[in-house]
Design a protein around this ligand. Sequence first.
Ligand code: AMP
Length: 176
Amino acid sequence: MSDAADLLARIRDVPDWPKPGIVFKDITPLLADHATFASAVEALTAPHRGAGIETVAGIEARGFVLGAPVALALGAGFVPVRKKGKLPGKTVETSYDLEYGSATLEVTSDAFVEGARVLVVDDVLATGGTAVATVDLVRRCGGVVVGVSVLMELGFLDGRTALRAVGIEPHALLTV
Ligand code: AMP
């Protein structure tokens, strides 16, 4: 199997979860297999080697699992972008709509050095609301978003267009 086919084979579709009409893309089978997990991390990392990434911002929660090893592989630090109420101290927050419901994300206000080159990592790009909100948070905290990388893009929800509107061309390992 190609790397992409192997990744796809280990992302499980869960119909009607967490709501009727949503097909949830469950990446836990991919994470549970060392070879596939390692190849996903490498594929997320490779395009950004030599790009001077100083910080990876991972989006709660699956963006933590993927973003932290990408940060280590790039020689970068890691910053968690969390759901509201989880981070201590002074935070910056933004609210947005997502494929199912709405949410508020927060980041520690001093998480990014002014001008730091930041890569945003998450598992799935759907409508793009979460990624756009994260780009906004990073920029408001002084970071420069160099890229947004995801395992899987749900093309029919057109998150790519939402990210293009804020000047980012996302990188997706798989598009369905
Ligand atoms: P969105 O803001 O619509 O792009 O949604 C992306 C965020 O919601 C990511 O953090 C994903 O983890 C999660 N998400 C949205 N839709 C799905 C889906 N169908 N399967 C798995 N995760 C999803």
